[in-house]
Design a protein around this ligand. Structure first.
Ligand SMILES: *[C@@H]1O[C@H](CO)[C@@H](O)[C@H](O)[C@H]1NC(C)=O
Ligand SMILES: *[C@@H]1O[C@H](CO)[C@@H](O)[C@H](O)[C@H]1NC(C)=O
Ligand SMILES: *[C@@H]1O[C@H](CO)[C@@H](O)[C@H](O)[C@H]1NC(C)=O
Ligand SMILES: *[C@@H]1O[C@H](CO)[C@@H](O)[C@H](O)[C@H]1NC(C)=O
Ligand SMILES: *[C@@H]1O[C@H](CO)[C@@H](O)[C@H](O)[C@H]1NC(C)=O
Length: 666
């Protein structure tokens, strides 16, 4: 019997309230009143129980210049950076379309981030988050996109933009008197726009792994730099001896990288990368440590569409499943829409034969970007996938919904007569999903970007720090502390293919064994990992922040008009910096719709099931249906699954209005 399941929830709640003093702090930076809480939120020493995830900063320092020349065409006298937005805003009430670039960026466009947005984002992090997070995950795309034929990117510019962004992190998190020069570890990963030409990366060492290793010298641990130069991947032990963040080089998995070919052939960097990852996870398991996986392009896969080469997806999903006792979770960027995905280990076909992966097409378009057009259909196809998830047996008592009950042994006990039938139905269901913790699945989180494709965003993830009160703090330790003893890799894997024997060529026409080692699963006695049951390092919730550039840019316009009018009196250059701020978009736990009690796979399984509820492939509105009271049901809206609706709305960072969301739904 698993103790967690038999605990009544009230006891659990009480336990966590007393165990973690900071777990119920005010949302960070949610308003003026919370500033005080922020300051007092973190114990003077020890872990804060939070990390920051930031992705797709995509700085474009020339934006202001471009704006200025665009302005000069029609209104040469206006103050350059400022009036642009107020002008187009009036023209374009739906605040979309090209050219609506505001002072802090052009929300809802494909434009990159002006320096003003970068500067103010880091100022905001400095003032609101700096001392509130234990580490920073930075999932790539720091250079602008290659989307302007008249100003092609140059190698120098790409390097410069990477340097600039790295400097920003350094400025905020530097700590002169600490052994490592930083207050918290920052873990970067390579984005498809951080290299030249974008998407294309050959095996390493190459000039991009070398250059980025220089740009990120403060963030890549010394003893990992060699590994990074070799392949663009590395491990950072963000809580010494407890937790490592593994930075993957997803360029080697990416369908749009035409310089490589998947993870199946031993000569491919993707193959080598998977081998490296397997060994890392194995070492961490042997040290009783946990891992977070990060990368830029996520392992998106829905219907026949894929972001990764299928052979890489297969291995990754297998690895993640076999190391489910080690992996806490995984976070990615690239897609610019806020969502999550479930990896289904039943889709892994490579453990027996490595041939014939399912045919697939790239999710990303020819330029390697995940286009706005394909986003809606991708989200719909995710919902369709989720509609096929095993569904829990219907509860006899209809007071609570079955999803809440299936995991809760105590509550699930039905009335006497159908006890047996229900029990075996439940058993079958649990077997289908890999037991009470849904271990058949793993979860990938994708955060939207800072680049305002919709609104600029940041994410704070909170994790369980019970029992970690005495954990060593990264900034207090020397790097030597982290030295990982190398582990012999030849001994103990489940399907161990002796490399030397392999080289002597296969003998006979027997069934071909895989040309790689299948990682061992967790030991039989191992309890479920932190991704599956709430324990130290388990993710408890995340808070999604966004900056409403519509409001902010409008306020800048107003302020600039005022300052223009008063400039006769010579008050000097106006300061718009204080106008910029992030606010909470939503929070997975204290939320009316998601209401997730934690971020375990089980919780995401439930959420996915709720999002998929009432999915109909026909997508026909039954607007003329007559309901019980004889009234005509009101159009689609009242019929819409509100969880799905909310998921969609959040995917686009709250930027789309109701009509636009309706269009996606139908
Ligand atoms: C951004 O900050 C840098 C210093 O970090 C400064 O040199 C630059 O002028 C700022 N740019 C804008 C547009 O605020
Ligand atoms: C953290 O995990 C422990 C179990 O190790 C659990 O008792 C506690 O309730 C969890 N804390 C939170 C805030 O969920
Ligand atoms: C952003 O601000 C605009 C204008 O103030 C407002 O209409 C809109 O609802 C806001 N969006 C969000 C997601 O808060
Ligand atoms: C600034 O002055 C112009 C006329 O010179 C006026 O139309 C505008 O309303 C004024 N703006 C503010 C914010 O006072
Ligand atoms: C699904 O449809 C049923 C019947 O129309 C309805 O009662 C239920 O609320 C719907 N579920 C969601 C999540 O919208």
């Amino acid at each position: 019997m698993i103790p967690f399941l038999s605990l009544p929830s009230a006891v659990l709640l009480a336990a966590c309230a007393s165990a973690i003093p900071v777990s119920d702090q005010q949302p960070l930076g949610s308003g003026v009143s919370s500033d005080a809480d922020i300051i007092s939120g973190r114990p003077s020493r020890g872990l804060a129980g939070r990390f920051l995830h930031i992705t797709g900063t995509g700085v474009y320092p020339n934006a202001a210049q471009r704006l200025r020349s665009a302005l000069a065409d029609y209104s040469p006298d206006l103050h350059p950076d400022i009036h642009y937005e107020s002008g187009t805003d009036k023209d374009d009430a739906c605040h979309r379309g090209k050219g609506s670039a505001g002072y802090f960026g052009a929300q809802g466009t494909e434009c990159d981030s002006p320096l003003t947005l970068i500067n103010q984002t880091f100022r905001w992090i400095d003032q609101n988050l700096k001392d509130q997070v234990d580490f920073v995950i930075w999932t790539g795309d720091s250079a602008r996109h290659d989307n302007d034929e008249s100003i092609p990117r140059t190698e120098d510019e790409v390097i410069q933009l990477n340097d600039l962004t790295a400097d920003k992190f350094y400025e905020v998190f530097q700590k002169k008197d600490s052994p490592r020069g930083l207050s918290v570890p920052v873990v970067p990963t390579i984005g498809n726009n951080d290299i030249m030409p974008h998407n294309i990366m050959k095996d390493g060492p190459n000039r991009w792994t070398k250059r980025l290793s220089d740009a990120w010298s403060k963030f890549i641990p010394e003893h990992q730099r060699h590994s990074f130069v070799e392949g663009g991947w590395f491990t950072s032990e963000v809580i010494p001896n407890k937790l490592a963040v593994i930075s993957l080089n997803t360029m080697y998995f990416f369908e749009s990288n035409s310089a490589v070919d998947g993870c199946k052939s031993k000569s491919e960097p993707g193959f080598e990368h998977m081998e490296w990852l397997r060994v890392q996870l194995k070492i961490l398991r042997s040290r009783d440590m946990k891992a977070i996986l990060i990368g830029h392009v996520p392992p998106a896969r829905s219907g026949p569409k894929r972001s990764w080469d299928e052979t890489c997806w297969q291995k990754y999903t297998l690895w993640v499943h076999q190391f489910r006792d080690v992996i806490v979770g995984s976070v990615y960027g690239h897609m610019n829409i806020d969502h999550f995905m479930l990896q289904d280990s039943h889709k892994v076909k490579i453990a027996d034969t490595s041939d014939n992966p399912e045919s697939s097409t790239a999710l990303d378009d020819h330029s390697g970007e995940f286009s706005a057009l394909s986003r809606s259909s991708y989200l719909s196809s995710l919902r369709k996938d989720w509609s096929k998830l095993p569904s829990p047996p219907k509860p006899k008592s209809n007071k609570a919904d079955s999803l809440e009950e299936w995991a809760d042994d105590d509550e699930f006990v039905p009335t006497d007569d159908d006890r047996h039938a229900q029990k075996s139905k439940k058993k079958r269901f649990l077997k289908k999903i890999g037991g009470p913790f849904a271990e058949r699945y793993s979860v990938t989180l994708v955060s939207p970007s800072l680049v305002p494709n919709y609104f600029p965003t940041l994410r704070i993830v909170e994790y369980n720090i019970t029992g970690l009160e005495d954990a060593a703090i990264w900034s207090d330790t020397q790097e030597e502390y982290l030295e990982v003893e190398s582990l012999s890799d030849d001994d103990d894997d489940a399907v161990s293919i002796d490399k030397k024997k392999k080289k002597k060529k296969k003998k006979g026409g027997k069934k071909k064994p895989p040309n790689f080692k299948v990682p061992e699963p967790p030991s039989k006695s191992a309890p479920p990992g932190p991704a599956y049951s709430n324990q130290p390092l388990t993710w408890l919730k995340y808070t999604q922040y966004f900056a409403n550039l519509t409001t902010i840019n409008e306020q800048v316009s107003t302020a600039s008009e005022q300052s223009d009018n008063s400039s006769v009196t010579g008050t000097g250059k106006p300061n718009f910096d204080d106008i910029f701020s992030f606010e909470v978009e939503y929070d997975t736990r204290d939320d009316h719709t998601y209401k997730m009690k934690d971020l375990t796979v089980r919780s995401f399984f439930k959420l996915a099931t709720r999002i998929a509820e009432n999915y109909s492939s026909k997508r026909k509105s039954n607007s003329n249906e007559i309901d019980a009271e004889g009234k005509k049901k009101k159009k689609k809206k009242s019929k819409t699954n509100q969880v799905w609706r909310t998921f969609l709305q959040r995917a686009f960072v709250g930027f789309l209005d109701d009509d636009e969301l309706d269009d996606i739904e139908t």
